[in-house]
Design a protein around this ligand. Sequence first.
Ligand SMILES: [Fe+2]
Ligand SMILES: [Fe+2]
Length: 370
Amino acid sequence: MKFLYYTLAFVPVLILLLIYAFRLIMRLTKPLMKLEKKKLWKAVRIALSLIICAMSFMVFSVPGIISLHFLVLALITDIVMWLVNKVCKLKKESKWNSSWRYLLPAIATIAFIFYGYWNLNHLVVTEYELDSQKIDGNGYRIAFLSDVHYGGIQKKQVLKEKIDEINAKNPDLIILGGDITEEETSNEEMHEIFEILSGLKSKYGTYYVYGNHDLQLYRDKEQRSYSWNEYLEALHKAGITVLDDEAVIIDKDFLLIGRKDLSMGERLSLKDLEAFGRAFELGGGIKPDYFILEIDHQPNLEEGKSDLLLSGHTHGGQMWPIGIIMDILGDPTYGEYTKKKHLIVSSGVAGWGFPFKTAKRSEYLIIDVK
Ligand SMILES: [Fe+2]
Ligand SMILES: [Fe+2]
């Protein structure tokens, strides 16, 4: 159903943009028609327009991203210039023939792409603080890392260089929120990232939930770089606990629930998972009004109740303005939401598909629950 909404919203916009692209290229190449061999140049103009339009259709590729950004920025420039000309009553000749009409969006696109490349490879911390009556004592400091997509598009040393910085923040608990690897990750890289992550230290240990990319499910079985068993072995070797529709009591006031990813088929309800966690109650027990931290790779506000839900997956939209469109369509994309559940969505350590990120920062989270 959601796919249908996105198609209905996105396809008309894309078609209008392509019509604009065709007109833009025809306008830009108009001087060619003053040359001899008019028929030849007409064919060249049409071919150029069709190439740009075809590139823009490949929305998940580098050429597609570049041409779409150029088109949107050219459209914005056109609208701004039209308004300026109207307000200032400028003559048609001086305004529309200005090469700035093309240079400005071209420069802005290049600047955007360079910023996106730098931003993707520049990992920062984002901090949240939340008060709860259910927490006793000093509370918990949680470090949350998701969407590393190791071996994909981010430079490999980016996260490695941050391990000491994360440890210096003295987290009580480390959560890996899925998409740690992806379809492009080799067997060697899969082992390498879990070795790097084994360097994270905390009082209660490191817990992991699956993302939709981790097990390379979008590839044929024969083409996958590693098996599910190999993946589990690497996690085990790194001392990381997998929560695949499982719950664990961290302390008498704190229950941690890790959900199966939505891409992996049927899963247990939050209520059943809570009961499952309580069934393993040990020692002095857990107090009646304990805090529930829910981890679900894909933000999902529809099911059950928890005190805090942590998610990744969206990459903050990765490229502006995708995140804004997702938010308008009602999909939480980045930051803190409090309407149905208390949800924090991270834009992730890296991104996916193309080596740029202009929507939000590359980040890991430090969350203080007190
Ligand atoms: Fe991801
Ligand atoms: Fe994901």
